[in-house]
Design a protein around this ligand. Structure first.
Ligand SMILES: NC(=O)c1ccc[n+]([C@@H]2O[C@H](COP(=O)([O-])OP(=O)(O)OC[C@H]3O[C@@H](n4cnc5c(N)ncnc54)[C@H](OP(=O)(O)O)[C@@H]3O)[C@@H](O)[C@H]2O)c1
Length: 227
């Protein structure tokens, strides 16, 4: 009975996660979306057999994230379930605070399983090594976006230690994943991957995670990225 909790599921990569995970009847999905008043037609059109619970979660608003955690607790607690996979997908102006508060409030509700896998969605642009590149090249791109995703990377490094040592989740594995350049509203029409390709790869990475991967930086295809 795996439980997935995903933010930003009304479109783009978050929506694709729900599409792919919905195929398994044993799966429970907590699908966070900024507002229940927005256009959720694509998300609502996904029919099980997985159990899909659509909840409001504006990751820029700590009160909204707190309510989300509390509502998730009501749903999962009734079935004695916890979150096995947390996919911090929502972006773009919420790159650091969103994943930080989502982990904080889900943990405060004792909703993260002892072996939880937490995936924070970063970007290749956040790699310091790749951004530095070779002397004289133009690798330094998308200044504010890359800085915020680099902040997210450091958040994940802290989460990978704190959840084990301070929260007692001794088997927790926290990583950052670059989904590649994907054709979504954010990635734009010239991107090189379709959402289904990127997310199939990310799910392979997520399902193959072992203890030693804690604090790693992966590309969607399972190759390690340099910090
Ligand atoms: N696509 C790429 O090429 C690419 C490359 C590298 C990294 N990424 C990362 O992958 C993740 C998903 O990107 P994407 O391509 O799917 O982007 P997208 O198509 O623009 O979708 C972004 C999603 O995040 C949600 N979101 C934004 N702010 C939110 C908030 N405050 N609260 C809740 N949800 C919020 C959006 O909801 P609304 O509809 O309500 O705005 C939407 O569902 C992001 O973290 C992005 O930085 C993407």
């Amino acid at each position: 009975m795996p439980v997935y909790c995903i933010t930003g599921t009304n479109r783009g990569l978050g929506l694709e996660f729900v599409r792919q995970l919905a195929a398994d009847a044993d799966t429970t999905i907590i699908a966070g979306t900024r507002s229940l008043d927005g256009d959720l037609s694509d998300l609502r059109a996904i029919s099980g057999p997985a159990k899909i619970h659509i909840l409001a979660c504006d990751t820029s608003d700590p009160e909204s994230v707190r309510r989300f955690a509390s509502e998730a607790k009501s749903i999962l607690g009734a079935a004695n379930l916890q979150v096995d996979f947390l996919l911090n997908n929502a972006g773009i102006r919420v790159n650091v605070i969103g994943p930080a508060k989502t982990v904080e409030f889900l943990n405060a509700e004792s909703l993260l399983s002892a072996n939880v896998r937490i995936v924070n969605f970063t970007s290749g642009l956040a790699s310091m090594s790749e951004s530095l590149g070779a002397e004289g090249n133009t690798f330094r791109q998308c200044c504010t976006y890359s800085i915020s995703k680099a902040g997210l990377n450091m958040l994940a490094v802290h989460q990978s230690g704190d959840l084990r040592k301070k929260a007692g989740l001794t088997g927790a594995v926290v990583i950052v994943v670059d989904p590649g350049w994907v054709r979504t509203r954010m990635g734009g029409p010239n991107a090189v991957l379709e959402p289904h390709q990127s997310i199939a790869g990310v799910l392979n990475v997520v399902h193959g995670l072992t203890d030693k991967d804690n604090g790693s930086f992966y590309l969607y295809d399972g190759t390690q990225k340099p910090w």
